[in-house]
Design a protein around this ligand. Structure first.
Ligand code: SAH
Length: 368
């Protein structure tokens, strides 16, 4: 007997589920109901979907399932930031982080197991890469986040914002990421506005254009340097898609939405990219585009040879951008005591690139 793997409805958006149901001659509105049960009621058994007929529930149980990664680690930082280690069905583990603030709660999700880009200041890079996450694994993180943060007597949803800023480069997994973003925006799913869903990229130019067509959520770009020479050193992807092409893609991205801006992230590395001259060059570059700059103090990780700029240098850099009329904020470092801050997520997985071994040797060399 051949047993076909059940289709995991956790990774399906409403349009695709409606198409599937149409082929099965099931009415479209049942797809809407199923999506609501899964993402709004947190139901994972078709049997519990009481507004579907018994026959339909039985049929669905026969060929589909609703499953999510399992939680194998749960840490809370002194500042309230929470980090989970999630085990996928193939045994690889990824990380997810929740950042509570007075006015909002942000869930930071991963898009890949590891990362194939090799940004020189990022811990995720040093652990190598295994594979893309499926749409069910991406949506499973959001589903789990909601379940785990649901407390007794808590009416409001704890998660008000979702950022795809965890492990991986989301635009190298565009199809699955766009499907997940669709469910986040869908009123039958999580019903978030585009402003509350942010995708962060190191600068995959063709995919920025594709994302605009597929699901234009808020865009954050990891810029980190104001010129190609320096950026190519920090973000090797820049050699493929240099700054001019990247900025043009960002401009195209926001043309449909006159009031929107692109967020540019800029990690503050002492003596590398943090001088007033760099700030002036950055302001010059961003004059062409409605933008907002997030300065990120560098988070240390064993083996990374950089140091964070000190508070004075960060303030000087910020003031220089503000004086040029560019909206700039310094991102608060959250969760660094549990390695949950930007660039510190590592997970636990098999590295298929063998990059982690090379970083390991570098690490030994620099601590010796
Ligand atoms: N690959 C995507 C998503 C990762 S988002 C991207 O590059 O945008 C994680 C953010 O944290 C990125 O802006 C990344 O450049 C930044 N980051 C990586 N390592 C860091 C570190 N050690 N300290 C501070 N920020 C870091």
């Amino acid at each position: 007997m051949t047993s076909k793997k059940p289709l995991n409805f956790m990774g399906i958006d409403r349009v695709s589920l409606r198409q599937l149901f149409a082929r099965l001659e099931v009415k479209g509105y049942h797809a809407d109901q199923v999506i609501k049960w899964i993402h709004q009621q947190g139901v994972t058994e078709f049997e519990s979907m009481t507004n579907l007929s018994k026959t339909l529930r039985k049929a669905l149980t026969g060929f589909a399932c609703i499953s999510v990664p399992s939680v194998t680690g749960d840490q809370t930082s002194a500042d309230g930031t929470r980090k989970w280690l999630l085990r996928l069905s193939d045994g690889n583990c990824i990380e997810m982080v929740f950042i509570p603030e007075p006015e909002r709660g942000t869930l930071c999700v991963s898009s890949q197991v590891g990362c194939s880009l090799n940004c020189t200041f990022c811990a995720t890079a040093s652990h190598g890469y295994n594979r893309n996450l499926t749409s069910a694994e991406i949506l499973g993180q959001i589903w789990l986040g909601h379940q785990m943060l649901k407390g007794p007597g808590r009416e409001q949803r704890a998660i008000t914002n979702v950022v795809m800023m965890g492990m991986g480069e989301p635009l190298l997994n565009l199809r699955n990421v766009a499907c997940a973003a669709g469910v986040l925006l869908d009123d039958f799913g999580y019903g978030l506005s585009r402003r509350r869903v942010t995708l962060s990229t190191a600068g995959m130019v063709p995919q920025i254009d594709e994302l605009r067509e597929l699901c234009p959520v808020s865009l954050a770009v990891s810029l980190h340097a104001p010129n190609n020479q320096l950026r190519s050193r920090l973000v090797p992807l820049n050699r493929r898609y240099p700054i001019e092409q990247l900025i043009d893609a960002c401009r195209r991205y926001i043309t449909h939405e006159p009031r929107s801006r692109v967020t540019f992230q800029y990690v503050m590395l002492a003596g590398v990219n943090d001088s007033v001259a760099h700030a002036t060059e950055l302001a010059q570059l961003l004059r062409r585009i409605p933008s907002k700059v997030n300065l990120i103090p560098f988070n240390a990780y064993p083996g990374l040879e950089y140091e964070s700029s000190d508070q004075d240098a960060i303030d000087r850099f910020r003031d220089c951008l503000l004086a040029e009329g560019i909206m700039t904020i310094t991102r608060k470092t959250r969760g660094s005591d549990i390695d949950a801050a930007c660039g510190q997520l590592a997970g636990r997985f098999t590295d298929r690139t063998h990059r982690s071994a090379r970083w390991g040797r570098r690490r030994v060399a620099c601590t010796a």
